[in-house]
Design a protein around this ligand. Structure first.
Ligand code: FAD
Length: 468
């Protein structure tokens, strides 16, 4: 077996969980080696997730705005057209800026990048096989598993990335589809479906659950569903995909709703029915690693697995599969390893859907609070009553608070509207301090800004919104 090199911390995976854990551990004076098989750092998020999807969402939003809204602003535009290769090249460039940025941060913090596929062996040793077959090995006083997740495949629709696409193929379709079928009406399906719809595709979303975005606040889901349909997305909820015929030039997807069978013809299908923990290089049975019901690595609130000195973070431990969750867990794991008395909590973990309008949420939904039996009040404020939103011509949606009836503590906040992804941050901060609606209501917000909708919704929870 190869010579074993050592480091204080060996991190398996260079996505948002692994690269942040690496940098934080290095900041704390530990020697760190991060093992990443891909040709770049950044993981799913930077290479085939958050960043390329947001690049395409931005470009396609500009295009749609020019076509549908420029005239309202007194701007005449003629001859808009999509230059797909240029749009894709920009996306690739944005991704490269991010991956190179992480490489720079690794050099700055003296994190070693061991390139290749790692396999965890007993004794906290990770064997690494480089692309040329060379094998090296790293032993860590601590090991952090950050191997991420992979898309769930439907047995009758295996990914070929030609006609049957995962997120990877859906970010690189070489033409605007005539008809893109999206199986799964969750975040990824709606975001990527929106991209291609804006660029000119007919897009049909098929969702098994009774609504799109299952698990979100009912009011938000209802309004989002209405808006997305108005934008032209065809949405079939409560609809099961039962089979498919894949041809060289297209796909027929067989569906069933309320017992009635039918089929949908498309030239591409995106399967976005969820993601599952990625365990390449980690053999739980051989290692004796404790696993959960959904194939995730079990950890405590300090990200420790049941194996001594082995931690796990990010998508591979389940929960909300979000980059900022992975980053926070990476930070906490590094700090725990460095001896700091910290732990994870998930009460204030935000979540965003980057459609337009955006959806941003934190904390409990109204139906969750109702089911818990806790007495609560709701505050709501629409963007149509906000001056800045009117100047922008972006008046769809609202901000909704759910607060404890007696203490006024913020239990949840759900937003649908322009730039709510950024607007949510103030509520997350307030909740981090266990703030109340009153705390936000007495805070001065600049006028005219979209952020005033949050103040007004908080005032509304207190029964005293000014502009409504
Ligand atoms: P990953 O990012 O999956 O990284 C794991 C890395 O480990 C990979 O680079 C992989 O190559 C490497 N690896 C795995 N096994 C080995 C091994 N044995 N040896 C060497 N290397 C290995 N989240 C958000 O918060 N906001 C968004 O807007 C958002 N948009 C998304 C859009 C799409 C289309 C998708 C698919 C996901 C999106 N996500 C978003 C989710 C986000 O990408 C993930 O939550 C995040 O990437 C998880 O980080 P991670 O470090 O746990 O794993």
């Amino acid at each position: 077996s190869p010579n074993i090199q050592t480091a204080d911390v060996v991190v398996l995976g260079g996505g948002p969980g692994g690269y942040v854990a690496s940098i934080r551990a290095a900041q704390l004076g530990l020697t760190v080696t991060c093992i990443e098989a891909d040709t770049t750092l950044g993981g799913t998020c930077v290479t085939v997730g958050c960043i390329p999807s947001k690049a395409l969402l931005q470009s396609s939003e500009h295009y749609e705005w020019l076509r549908l809204h420029a005239a309202e602003h007194g701007i005449k535009v003629d001859g808009t057209a999509v230059d797909l290769p240029a749009m894709m090249a920009r996306k690739t460039d944005v991704v490269a800026q991010n991956t190179k940025g992480i490489e720079f941060l690794f050099r700055k913090n003296k994190v070693t990048w061991a390139k290749g596929w790692g396999t965890l062996k007993p004794g906290n040793v990770v064997e690494v096989q480089a692309a040329d077959g060379t094998i090296t090995a790293w032993q860590g006083k601590s090991v952090i598993l950050a191997t991420g997740s992979v898309p769930v495949q439907l047995p009758f629709l295996p990914f070929d990335e030609q006609r049957v696409l995962s997120n990877v193929g859906a970010l690189t379709i070489p033409e605007v589809p005539k008809h893109l079928i999206v199986v799964g009406g969750g975040v990824i399906g709606l975001e990527l479906g929106s991209v291609w719809r804006r660029l000119g595709a007919k897009v049909t979303v098929v969702e098994y659950a009774p609504t799109i975005l299952p698990g979100n606040d009912d009011d938000i889901v209802k309004e989002a569903d209405r808006i997305f349909r108005k934008q032209g997305l065809e949405i079939h909820t409560g609809t099961k995909v039962t089979g498919a015929d894949v041809r060289a030039d297209g796909v027929t997807v067989h569906v069933e709703k309320n017992g009635a069978a039918s089929s949908i013809e498309g030239d591409y299908v995106l399967v976005s029915v969820g993601r599952k923990p990625a365990l390449r290089g980690v053999d739980p049975a051989a290692l004796g690693l404790a696993m959960g019901q959904r194939g995730e690595i079990l950890v405590d609130d300090q990200l420790r697995t049941n194996l001594p000195g082995v931690y796990a973070i990010g998508d591979v431990v389940g929960g909300k599969l979000l980059a900022h969750k992975a980053e926070e867990e990476g930070t906490i794991a590094a700090e725990v390893i460095a001896g700091k008395p910290v732990h994870m909590h998930y009460r204030t973990m935000p979540g965003v859907v980057y459609t337009w309008p955006e959806i941003a949420t934190v904390g409990l939904t109204e139906q969750e609070v109702k089911a818990s039996g806790r007495a609560y009040r709701v505050g709501k404020f629409p963007f149509s009553a906000n001056g800045r939103a009117r100047t922008m011509g972006e008046t769809q949606g609202f901000v909704k608070f759910i607060v404890d009836k007696s203490t006024d503590e913020i239990l949840g906040c759900h937003m649908l509207g322009p730039h709510v992804a950024d607007n949510l941050a103030q509520v997350v901060l307030a909740m981090e301090y266990r703030g109340s609606a009153e705390d936000i209501a007495i805070t001065v917000h600049s006028h005219p800004t979209l952020s005033e909708t949050v103040k007004e919704a908080a005032l509304s929870a207190l029964g005293r919104a000014i502009h409504m």
